[in-house]
Write a protein that binds this ligand. Structure first.
Ligand code: GDD
Ligand code: MN
Length: 405
């Protein structure tokens, strides 16, 4: 059974997921962890390419740490065989623990570098991107993220459905954890470098796949730099994402929401949203229903939504975001926020109205149900832009993540 115990004595599957501070000075500056599960077909090529690149920028000053979960395809054994040629490669084979994010943390716990990093083991992250990430750290960034949504980034041949799921996951995160998700363009990225000092000594508790949000939420990350990269198609093996991974993601978001102590403002935002929905629905019924005023659907919907927008603005300004608005008092400021809020929501309203028409007149869904669905979708749009524009007038302190929900 291949097993190389990490050099650090802190590692044990029962030990808390916490990165120790650097105790002894080490020649290693960068420790790059590669989590693997059944990546026998890629690991050799990845290690070879990474070492070739890193030898040019960090000769003798980096280590690669493969953390494998005892893959049945013997990835760990293969990686160990590479150690003779690449002594800077270390291999951890976990016997009991499972999961991508914890694998990375376990690798970091064993690491000697002052900068810790992660890259997928299946070549979907192009290895040469390390040549762009490292200089960002050298220039002083606390965190350097490989992003699919930054300039020159992207995904290769994703179907529309997959893109929507990926963006949808990001939007849910933005609603639940705006202070975390608005800090980077690709918070779900699994490709980044972070200074050890930003996370050392902080208990981490990631669930499932997404370690970056954990680092952003709990770490002392001040400066962030990004570099775009194209997420490559998988050439070998298969993705390990399952339904369980998606549920773990939601669990992780909710868990973080609670542990960051910002539940209050999120609940306020949801309550306001609900009150707006009720105003919108009730008014639409009064205006459009043939037993009431019997106006046409478009006019009724526009009036109902504008009243709901005003209702939501007042509650959000006076209550939900009062910690932000308190610092920007005065009618002029409020008017500015209202103007921004209204413009964003009006664009949302066009989207909303189009959706109601599409759903009710084209697809034959009852207009009230159609309205409910449309509101549900447009809420994400409104929240995203408003949290970025209307109530962002007061900048969040760089290290006070989660403070702007
Ligand atoms: N040790 C270990 N244990 N490794 C794992 C596990 C696990 O339970 N699950 C997955 N991995 C490894 C895979 O072998 C691969 O090297 C890497 O983690 C990513 O897993 P994939 O299953 O290939 O994920 P993906 O391609 O769908 O998504 C990846 O790319 C996203 C976009 O950047 C993930 O890395 C995401 O975190 C990333 O955001
Ligand atoms: Mn992958």
């Amino acid at each position: 059974m291949p097993y190389v115990a990490p050099a650090s004595s802190t590692y044990s599957p029962a030990a808390p997921l916490q990165i120790p501070p650097l105790s002894d000075p080490s020649p290693v500056r960068l420790s790059l962890v590669i989590p693997t599960y059944n990546e026998a077909s890629s690991i050799g090529s990845l290690v070879r390419q990474l070492c070739a690149h890193l030898d040019t920028i960090l000769p003798g000053a980096y280590e690669l740490i493969v953390v494998d979960d005892n893959s049945p395809d013997h990835t760990a054994k293969l990686a160990q065989e590479l150690q003779e040629e690449f002594p800077q490669l270390r291999v951890i084979c976990r016997q009991r623990e499972r999961g991508l994010a914890t694998a990375v943390v376990r690798g970091w716990q064993a690491a000697c570098g002052e900068v810790l990093g992660v890259m997928d083991g299946d070549l979907q992250h192009p290895p040469e991107i390390i040549l762009k990430l490292w200089p960002l750290i050298q220039k002083g960034a606390d965190l350097a993220v490989g992003s699919r949504y930054a300039e020159s980034g992207g995904v290769s041949h994703w179907s529309l459905g997959r893109r929507i799921v990926s963006r949808g996951a990001q939007w849910i995160g933005l609603v639940l954890l705006p202070g975390v998700f608005s800090r980077v363009s690709d918070p779900l990225s699994g490709l980044f470098l972070v200074r050890r000092q930003c996370i050392a000594g902080i208990p981490l508790n990631p669930k499932g796949y997404k370690l970056l949000i954990e680092v952003l939420a709990r770490g002392r990350v001040r400066t962030i730099a990004e570099v775009g990269y194209i997420f490559q198609e998988r050439q070998n093996g298969e993705s390990k994402i399952q339904l369980q991974t998606c549920l773990q993601y939601l669990h992780h978001l909710i868990y973080l929401r609670f542990s960051l102590g910002q539940v209050g403002s999120f609940l306020r935002f949801s309550t306001v949203g609900l009150s707006g929905t009720l105003v919108d629905m009730a008014l639409l019924y009064v205006l459009h229903d043939p037993t009431n005023l019997g106006w046409d659907l478009i006019t009724s919907k526009l009036v109902a939504s504008e009243v709901a927008i005003l209702n939501n603005f007042l509650w959000n300004d006076l209550w939900t975001f009062r910690h932000v608005t308190r610092l920007q008092p005065g009618p002029l400021n409020r008017l500015q926020r209202l103007a921004k809020f209204n413009v964003i929501c009006l664009i949302g309203l066009v989207l909303n109205t189009s959706l109601v028409i599409l759903l009710s007149e084209r697809l034959g869904i009852h207009y009230l149900l159609a309205n409910l669905i449309a509101i549900g979708i447009v809420v994400f749009w409104n929240f995203y832009l408003n949290s970025k524009l209307s109530w962002r007038s007061v900048e969040v302190k760089p290290n006070s993540v989660g403070g702007k929900s």
